[in-house]
Design a protein around this ligand. Structure first.
Ligand code: XIL
Length: 586
């Protein structure tokens, strides 16, 4: 991949840009052929099964959420448009009878997490052609559009635009922006026209990101062209075709200093796929400072296998390719968990033997695909319920009992004998019931000869939590660095590798007064890791712009638990860590 190909500047007034030009696809990130749920044919793109039901999650006490699963588009092409002034975008679709597809234009980089997706600043256009079987003259086509904006709320409209529709006829949808006014037409018929005040613009940053999805596998349709035109004097459009650039690793980086002074311990973070693909600053900063990466969500069960037997690897591949091209070690996450399972699995009626087969097939398919590329896996994620020694009553445990762990490890080991296999858990850094339970589990697995190689301690920590009792220490997190050291030593004595896997330090409301304490805490826990030869010190995100410590739907605005602020400015934690890594071992 080369930087030269990333942008093809086409910036003249009133220029039309084709966004469906296969020659613009720069492997592996920006081509439409690399998008989950889309398949590229000779002259068109098929939109199929591009939507999965995001599970609404399971609480830590095993109570399932009462929220219904939500439809989440998983077809997002990471291709977008940069504009100044005004534009119109023309999307030509071809939809078979009973087809129903969505085209989405996002104004800010969208975000998809386990239980939710960001739908701020977007225009969702659904086009449906359906069959009035009694009288084909009444077959019809309808367009619905919804524009969402978190400040001004939703606006929506609909129009039947084609009586006597013939399946497969081209449907031409045009979205025009003129100042703060928008219109949508379908086959020349006005479907809606509306105005949004400037500060609430749908496309506030001069960017449009495109995505497509179908609600159901059966409702597929096709895109045959997408073009964007700059409208009016001084307006410009150009394709924003970004692949994450190669990292530039300078000496003043965590990555460089760790590699120089503490080569046994890599500095890691989890990685969110959408920002990796769409936010250049994110990709650059990631490559500069980190040498170990964990996929935040894109390798969870519901993302990799949204339909039974139908694996969707494009997002995971994007992540893996980036990491390998940038010389990073990958820690896979995760194979077997009580949470983040797809609705077909949690809502299905499977026998115990079938559940075991589903688990083993999932593991062997995923681990096998990335054998030799992913160095380590969280095979068992969060086995214990709350702070107890009880296993979660997960679909896996309910079918196989505690033996699910042995079976899962065996399947992973068979698929990649070189991968290091981990259990990953929270709440085990301090001594107590849960740490003892994890220790016993590891011991019994090792006694049984299971291929278990390591343990990850998550370390999602808090400071200033208003829910904590008065007097709760403000200057340390809930777990002391020395407790972490003791935990690492305890599990190392079993012959296991150890790592900190998901550290973040939520400062809650009292941000400004405790950044130094937060920085000291990150530095001290990292120091324990390098001193103990932990495999890596991994944080759960690195910028408040995208880290999971956010109010839902409000990313860019809240959250303060990681080491860069939303604008990628280093916090105290970063400078403290950098200084510590720059100090060679005594
Ligand atoms: C979290 C992600 O950060 C969120 O984006 C997602 O919505 C929920 O899951 N323990 C784990 C991680 O093992 O997978 C979780 O990640 C955080 C807790």
């Amino acid at each position: 991949m080369s930087l030269i190909n990333l942008l093809r500047p086409i910036e003249q007034d009133n220029q039309t840009v084709s966004l469906l030009d296969a020659t613009l696809a720069v492997a592996p990130y920006s081509g439409w052929d690399k998008v989950n749920g889309l398949s590229v044919e000779a002259t068109r793109i098929k939109i199929v099964d591009a939507c999965h039901k995001v599970s609404s999650g399971v609480a830590d006490d095993d109570t399932p959420s009462t929220d219904p699963p939500v439809d989440a588009p998983i077809a997002n092409n990471y291709v977008g448009l940069e504009f100044t002034g005004d534009f119109s975008i023309t999307i030509v679709l071809s939809i078979p009878m009973d087809g129903d597809v969505h085209a989405i234009l996002w104004g800010v980089v969208p975000m998809l997490q386990d239980e939710w997706q960001s739908d701020n600043n977007m225009l969702d256009i659904e086009v449906n052609v359906w069959d009035e079987s009694a009288n084909s003259a009444n077959d019809t086509a309808t367009i619905w559009w919804t524009s969402s904006n978190k400040n001004s709320g939703n606006k929506s409209g609909t129009v039947d635009f084609y009586s006597g529709a013939t399946a497969g006829d081209p449907v031409t949808v045009v979205v025009s922006k003129t100042g703060t006014s928008y219109t949508v037409t379908a086959n020349g018929k006005l479907a809606g026209s509306w105005t949004i005040i400037a500060s609430n613009a749908i496309f506030p940053n001069g960017e449009v990101y495109l995505g497509f999805y179908a609600d159901k596998k059966a409702n597929f349709g096709y895109v045959t062209s997408i073009t964007a035109t700059a409208v009016g004097t001084g307006s410009t459009v150009r394709r924003r075709n970004m692949g994450p650039p190669f990292a530039v690793v300078t000496e003043d980086s965590l990555r460089y200093q760790a590699a120089t002074n503490y080569p046994d311990t890599r500095i890691g973070t989890c990685v969110a796929t959408y920002p990796l693909a769409m936010d250049r600053q994110y990709a650059q900063r990631l490559g500069r400072d980190f040498s170990n990466v964990t996929p935040e969500n894109c390798m969870k069960f519901q993302f990799l296998q949204p339909y039974q037997g139908d694996f969707q690897f494009n997002d995971a591949d994007l992540f893996v390719n980036y990491a390998l091209q940038n010389g990073m070690r990958i820690h896979g996450h995760n194979l077997v968990w009580f949470d983040s399972n797809p609705a077909w699995l949690t809502g299905g009626t499977f026998t115990a033997a079938q559940v075991q087969t589903i688990m083993e097939t999932h593991i062997s398919t995923v681990v096998g695909r990335y054998a030799g590329k992913i160095a380590a896996w969280d095979v068992i994620n969060e086995p214990f319920k709350g702070f107890t020694a009880d296993h979660h009553a997960s679909i896996w445990f309910n079918a196989m009992g505690a033996n699910y762990a042995n079976l899962a490890l065996a399947a992973a080991h068979a698929a990649d004998p070189d991968a290091k296999l981990f259990i990953n858990e929270w709440g085990c850094e301090a001594p107590g019931t849960k740490q003892d339970a994890l220790y016993s589990l590891c011991q019994s697995l090792l006694d049984a000869g299971a291929p278990l190689h390591g343990v990850g301690f998550q370390m999602h920590e808090d400071m200033n939590d208003p829910d904590f009792p008065p007097g709760w220490p403000q200057d340390t997190g809930s777990v002391t660095p020395e407790q972490v050291r003791t935990a690492l030593q305890r599990f190392k004595a079993l012959g296991l590798e150890v790592r900190v896997s998901e550290m973040d330090v939520n400062l809650h409301v009292i941000y400004s007064t405790t950044v130094q304490a937060q920085g000291d805490y990150f530095r001290d826990v990292m120091a324990v890791c390098v001193e103990e030869g932990a495999r890596d010190f991994t944080m759960w995100g690195f910028t408040d712009r995208w880290a999971s410590n956010q109010a839902y739907y409000e990313y860019y605005q809240y959250g303060n638990a990681v080491i860069f602020d939303p604008d990628y400015n280093a916090k105290v934690a970063y400078t403290e860590m950098l200084a510590r890594l720059g100090t060679p071992p005594a």
